[in-house]
Design a protein around this ligand. Structure first.
Ligand code: MN
Length: 227
């Protein structure tokens, strides 16, 4: 048996401290997941999380130059903690969710904001605003066996050295185990799935020549340049 068109390389990310790589199966992203104000307790007052996707081959390696994308004049960064699923499952409980995570990385949910806003305002899918070519830069994956499961710590993003986003991953409206639990009630999670967990306040546009650094305490830095 052979394939009738050329096959492609499996998208993957380096594993920190190893020659092995993490294969990328699907990329799930959580919509707005940080509140500008202090999080209120009262869980039943929170809107349920919502998700969108990017193609697996939208992955861009740490340190890359990313071409300014076509079809936009408002190309935005969103710095995010990324959870990498190591063990699949459906209807995963919040208590068990960490057992399904292989490790963590730092990602950028790059967004054609103009296209996303048109889609949102017209009640259309976000795919062309979110799931375009090279829209998912992501760092190497740090195994949870080495760094644990980050539940708090600074997340920040700079453009050309100027701070644009600052937050704390403890301020997520839905924390990582809750997001995994909720998502696994919608689809069966599989090894290789990535979950981009949402971005704090301060998103904005970049142009050709800009350098972006995203940092999450206890994980690492992700650095890309717009070329
Ligand atoms: Mn995002």
């Amino acid at each position: 048996m052979s394939f009738v068109v050329p096959t492609w390389e499996l998208p993957s990310l380096p594993v920190a401290g190893s020659a092995d790589r993490f294969p990328v199966r699907r990329i799930y992203c959580i919509g707005r997941n940080y509140a500008a104000h202090a999080r209120e307790m009262g869980a039943d007052e929170r809107d349920p999380p919502f998700f969108f996707m990017k193609p697996a081959d939208a992955i861009v390696q740490n340190g890359s130059i990313v071409p300014y994308p076509v079809a936009t004049e408002d190309y935005h960064y969103e710095g995010e903690l990324v959870a990498a699923i190591g063990k699949g499952g459906v209807n995963i409980s919040v208590e068990d969710a960490n057992d399904h995570v292989y490790g963590y990385g730092v990602g950028l949910d790059m967004t054609r904001r103009d296209l996303q806003m048109v889609a949102r305002n017209m009640g259309r899918p976000w795919d062309m605003g979110k799931g375009f070519d090279q829209s998912a830069p992501c760092s190497e994956i740090y195994p949870a066996s080495s760094i644990g499961h980050p539940a708090g710590g600074a997340i920040w993003l700079t453009v050309n050295g100027e701070t644009k986003q600052t937050g704390d991953i403890a301020d997520m409206i839905w924390n990582t185990p809750e997001s995994i639990s909720y998502l696994s009630g919608l689809v069966r999670l599989e090894p290789g799935d990535l979950i981009f967990t949402g971005t704090p306040e301060g998103v904005g546009a970049v142009v050709t020549g800009d350098a972006i650094v995203v940092h999450v305490d206890g994980v690492c830095d992700l650095t890309i340049k717009i070329g």
